[in-house]
Design a protein around this ligand. Structure first.
Ligand code: COS
Length: 379
């Protein structure tokens, strides 16, 4: 068993850490306060080929694989989780479905610009009445022989405002449950497609989340992704991948909590010495370090399994669940170490808590992850 990252993965990790700490960390608090989507940072990330990491060279990628991409998600999120979710939603669940299930033509048309970072992608599964029950999709797609006509709405869609393409699910065979759902590639610039104003969120405020409304949207027949009726299973597979990136995002946030809390504990003096000298604080820091290390191992293992072409449904759910709960706990403990200062926006730890909370909700709540793990156990 080899736990070492290879030379190229270490290089990517260091390059992204350097970029994120120099260019992103110093502006993360302002982005959050201004609720500003950092377009210029996205362009810089594209120049560094970060969007290309998980995709093969024939489709505009670098061929570095999912583990390399996960290392990048972690480092970006350690500096700014809003940018982390923008990046992860684009690569794993936005571009991922076309990369996994698209025809050669669809991949050339959509994956290539997405991998180059020339276009952002979004994933449209969730609806007002279909959240954890992803099979409850109400959006419909009806074929008139020449085109698909789509009607419905999708909510909580990351990157909705900026995406050039959205992959959505819609019912094509009513009454057939999850087997009657298909998925479609919907180009953004099309009549009947509109996006609401962004949601006002607790955290991840510099990321874009909005509702997508589809009113008699007509798309060509060749926008169907994979086989008719396969949409639900495709999206479950995509979520298996996406959950690894949410795990990586969580590890990044948790690491930022530890970084901040440790630095503060060494500086802050009470009773005549730095508070890091007190066991009460040391135990908190030790527990954080332990949980982060375990979460990181779980995330890397799931990514590694995916890169090897091995099953990873159970591992990705475990990684997402454990890492997201670790992020929330780490943020709470970091605030406790900062005391009253931690409760103010003078320090970043209150933002870390607000950002971390979404990790327990998005791409399947903690309760859904437990369900997935239990089913994998054969329950
Ligand atoms: N990979 C491949 N196939 C899968 C799968 C996976 N990870 N998970 C389920 N499937 C398949 C099943 O094998 C089943 O196939 P058959 O029709 O051939 O039997 C089919 O999909 C339906 O599965 P199931 O009966 O388990 O569906 P449920 O409606 O019970 O839903 C859960 C299962 C709850 C796990 C699913 O709805 C889910 O993950 N919900 C959360 C959705 C979510 O994460 N939402 C947030 C997204 S926004 S980013």
């Amino acid at each position: 068993m080899d736990f070492e990252l290879n030379e190229s993965q270490v290089m990517i990790q260091h390059m992204v850490r350097d970029f994120a700490q120099k260019e992103l960390a110093p502006i993360a608090a302002d982005l959050d306060r201004e609720e500003r989507f950092p377009r210029e940072i996205i362009d810089k990330m594209a120049k560094l080929d970060l969007f290309a990491l998980p995709f093969s060279e024939e489709y505009g990628g670098t061929g570095d694989g999912y583990l390399a991409y996960v290392l990048a998600v972690e480092e970006i999120s350690r500096a700014c989780a809003s940018t982390g979710i923008t990046y992860a939603a684009h690569c794993s669940i936005g571009t991922g479905p076309i990369y996994l299930f698209g025809t050669e033509e669809q991949k050339k048309k959509w994956v290539v610009p997405c991998a180059k970072g020339e276009m952002l992608a979004a994933f449209g599964l969730t609806e007002p009445d279909a959240g954890s029950d992803a099979g409850g999709t109400k959006t419909t797609a009806v074929s008139d022989g020449k085109q698909w006509v789509i009607n419905g709405s999708k909510c909580f869609i990351t990157n909705a405002t900026y995406a050039g393409v959205v992959i959505i699910t819609a019912v094509t065979e009513p009454g057939q449950g999850t087997r009657g759902i298909s998925s479609f590639i919907v180009p953004r610039d099309i009549s009947g497609f509109s996006v609401s104003a962004p949601y006002k969120k607790l955290g991840l405020r510099a990321s874009d989340t909005a509702e997508i409304i589809l009113e008699d949207v007509r798309i060509p027949q060749d926008c169907l992704l994979g086989k008719r009726g396969d949409g639900f299973k495709q999206f479950m597979k995509v979520l298996d991948c996406g959950r690894i990136s949410i795990g990586a995002l969580s590890v990044g946030i948790a690491q930022a909590c530890l970084d901040a809390a440790l630095a503060y504990a060494k500086e802050r003096k009470q009773f005549g010495q730095p508070i890091s000298k007190f066991q009460a604080i040391q135990f908190k820091l030790a527990d954080m370090a332990m949980a982060i290390e375990l979460a990181r191992l779980a995330v890397y293992q799931a990514a590694w399994l995916k890169d090897q072409g091995l099953p990873f449904t159970r591992e990705s759910a475990i990684a997402k669940l454990f890492a997201s709960e670790t992020a929330v706990k780490s943020a709470l403990e970091a605030i406790q170490i900062f005391g009253g200062y931690g409760y103010t926006n003078e320090y970043p730890v209150e933002r870390y808590l607000r950002d971390a909370k979404l990790m327990e909700i998005g791409e399947g709540t903690s309760e859904i992850q437990r369900l997935v793990i239990a089913r994998q156990l054969g329950c």
